[in-house]
Ligand binder design. Structure first.
Ligand SMILES: C[S@@+](CC[C@H](N)C(=O)[O-])C[C@H]1O[C@@H](n2cnc3c(N)ncnc32)[C@H](O)[C@@H]1O
Length: 98
């Protein structure tokens, strides 16, 4: 498939960017307050995917809460967060986390 409008045509070349291959919470704590206008995140879903260790819903939400607090701290007042997760399914419940 040919890309008609490459994304990089829309990105101001003077904008600095970096890719951090680190624990998200560790990296987030190094950023100053309110420096991002848009945060898009797809955290582990805690549904037993190959790259994750499934924990209880309580432990999962506690970890996500800590990260989300940091995301809110680094988000500007006019900013938006897109937090994309799956349904959390137990033997008795399906909890929509979005
Ligand atoms: C739901 S997947 C994201 C999938 C991605 N959106 C995609 O389309 O391929 C969650 C990702 O978070 C990574 N991850 C898990 N814990 C992390 C952490 N503490 N810090 C940074 N990345 C983490 C996992 O390795 C996995 O790649």
């Amino acid at each position: 498939m040919k890309i008609k409008e490459p994304l990089f045509n829309y990105i101001n070349p003077s904008i600095k960017y970096s890719i951090e291959n680190e624990d998200s919470l560790t990296v987030l704590k190094t950023y100053k307050d309110e420096i991002f206008d848009l945060i898009i995140t797809s955290p582990p879903y805690n549904i037993g995917k190959s790259y994750e260790t499934k924990t209880s819903i309580e432990d999962y939400l506690a970890t996500q809460e800590e990260i989300i607090k940091e995301l809110i701290r680094v988000l500007s007042e006019k900013g938006s967060i897109c937090w994309q997760v799956e349904l959390s399914v137990t033997s008795t419940h399906a909890i929509c986390l979005n």
